[in-house]
Design a binder for this molecule. Structure first.
Ligand SMILES: NC(=O)c1ccc[n+]([C@@H]2O[C@H](COP(=O)([O-])OP(=O)(O)OC[C@H]3O[C@@H](n4cnc5c(N)ncnc54)[C@H](OP(=O)(O)O)[C@@H]3O)[C@@H](O)[C@H]2O)c1
Length: 343
C-alpha cells in the first residue's frame, strides 16, 4: 500500500525538510505533490533523486490525496486545513492555529501517540511548536518515573524557526557588520547578528510572549495539565538548532545517574554528557539529525528533588518536519493502514 502525499509550503524551510525526511525514511508514497503560493508555480524542488515541479495550493484538488503536510503559516492553515480535512485528506499542520483546539490532537509520537485517534473529528492533527517538541521528548520519560511538579526553561532559538527571510537577515546583517554597512532589522525587532533577542512572537497582556505561552499550554496538553511550567524564550544568532536550559522539580526522588540511564533508553533521545571539555552537544552538531540531544544532566541542589538538563535539537526536524512525518507514519501504521485513496 502506498499513499498520495501533498506538502503545502514545499518551498519553505520546513517544507523542504519534510520532503527530505519523507525520502530518507522511505515513506511509502505513490505520489508526492509540492504545493506553495502562486509565485512559486513551476519552481523545481528535490525529492530524493527526483525533481518535483511546484504547483499552486489554490489550484490543487485534494480529493485523491491521503495526507497533506502543511507548513505555510497560520493564515494558510486557517483557511485551507478545514477544507482539505473536509475533503477526506488528513492534514498534519505545523502552524500554531489548531494546536489548542480540543477537537485537534497535538502529537509528539514518542510522548502521546494514543491521542492521535481524536483526529477523526476534524481530520486535522497539529504539530507542536519547535521548542515544545524537543522539551516534552526529554521530559516524558522522567515524568513517568518521578512525576514532574514544575519546570523552568530558557530557550536559545535559532533564526530558522522564523523562516527563510529570518535566515537571510542573519546572513546579511553579519556580512554588513564585517564590511561596515548599516544594519537594518526587518524580520526581527532588533539586530540579530552578534546579539540575543528575548522576544519571539507577540507580547501578551501578562508580559509573556506568545512563544512562552505556547510552551506552557502545549506541554500541558501533550504531557500533563498538572505540570507547572514557566519559560523565557530568546532568539540567538544561530542558523539551525534550538537549545534549552531546563530546570525540573519532581514529586518523587530521582538522581542525575538515574535520569541519565532513563534518557539513554528513551525513544528519540540521545544522551551526550561527559562532564569534560566538549562533552556536551551544541546546536551546530544537531543539524540534520533525528535525535534530540541531552547534556549537562545534574542535580539542582536548591530543591528536594530537582535536575538541570541541556536539551538540543534540530528545530526544522524534531521541531517540525521529522515530527510531522512521524505522525504520518503513525497514521499509515494505524488508522490509515491499507486505506490509501485511489491506489
Ligand atoms: N521553522 C521552524 O522551526 C518551525 C517549527 C514549527 C513550526 N513551524 C511553522 O511552519 C510554518 C512554515 O515555516 P517555515 O520556516 O518553513 O517558513 P518559510 O521558510 O518562510 O516558508 C513558508 C512556506 O509557505 C508558503 N506559503 C506562503 N504563503 C502561501 C500561500 N498563500 N499559499 C501557499 N503557500 C504559501 C511559501 O511558499 P512561497 O515560496 O511560494 O512563498 C513557503 O513554501 C510556519 O507556520 C511556522 O510557524 C516552523
Amino acid at each position: 500500500m502506498s499513499y498520495k502525499v501533498a506538502v503545502v509550503g514545499a518551498t519553505g524551510n520546513v517544507g523542504r525538510e519534510i520532503l527530505k525526511i519523507l525520502s530518507e525514511r522511505a515513506f511509502p508514497v505513490r505520489e508526492v505533490v509540492a504545493l506553495a503560493s502562486r509565485k512559486s508555480i513551476g519552481r523545481e524542488i528535490s525529492f530524493g533523486e527526483r525533481t518535483l515541479k511546484v504547483k499552486a495550493l489554490e489550484h490543487y484538488d485534494f480529493s485523491g490525496t491521503d495526507i497533506a503536510l502543511f507548513s505555510a503559516g497560520s493564515s494558510v492553515s486557517e483557511e485551507w486545513a478545514p477544507k482539505v480535512g473536509g475533503a477526506g485528506c488528513v492534514v498534519i499542520d505545523n502552524a500554531s492555529c489548531f494546536r489548542m483546539d480540543p477537537d485537534v490532537p497535538l502529537i509528539v509520537p514518542e510522548v502521546n501517540a494514543p491521542a492521535l485517534a481524536g483526529y477523526v473529528k476534524k481530520n486535522i492533527i497539529a504539530n507542536p511548536n519547535c521548542s515544545t517538541a524537543q522539551l516534552v521528548l526529554a521530559l516524558k520519560p522522567l515524568h513517568d518515573v518521578a512525576r514532574i511538579k514544575r519546570v523552568v526553561v530558557a530557550t536559545y532559538q535559532s533564526v530558522s524557526g522564523a523562516g527563510n527571510a529570518a535566515m537571510e537577515e542573519l546572513w546579511t546583517q553579519t556580512r554588513a557588520i564585517y564590511v561596515n554597512d548599516p544594519v537594518e532589522p526587518q524580520v526581527f525587532t532588533k539586530q540579530i547578528a552578534f546579539n540575543v533577542i528575548t522576544h519571539i512572537d507577540v507580547f501578551m497582556e501578562d508580559g509573556a510572549t506568545k512563544e512562552e505561552w505556547k510552551m506552557v499550554a502545549e506541554t500541558r496538553k501533550i504531557l500533563d495539565p498538572d505540570i507547572a511550567l514557566t519559560a523565557t524564550c530568546a532568539r540567538v544568532p544561530v542558523f539551525v538548532g534550538h537549545a534549552e536550559a531546563v530546570t525540573v522539580e519532581f514529586h518523587q526522588p530521582i538522581s542525575a545517574g538515574q535520569a541519565r540511564q532513563i534518557l539513554r533508553d528513551a525513544p528519540g533521545c540521545l544522551v551526550v554528557d561527559k562532564r569534560e571539555d566538549g562533552g556536551y552537544v551544541t546546536p551546530v552538531e544537531c543539524v540534520g539529525e533525528f535525535a534530540t540531544f541531552i547534556s549537562r544532566i545534574r542535580k539542582d541542589p536548591t530543591v528536594k528533588h530537582g535536575l538541570h538538563l541541556w536539551v538540543v535539537s534540530d528545530n526544522l526536524r524534531k521541531g517540525a518536519a521529522l515530527n510531522a512525518v512521524q505522525i504520518a507514519e503513525e497514521l499509515i501504521n494505524g488508522p490509515l493502514q491499507g486505506k490509501g485513496r485511489g491506489a
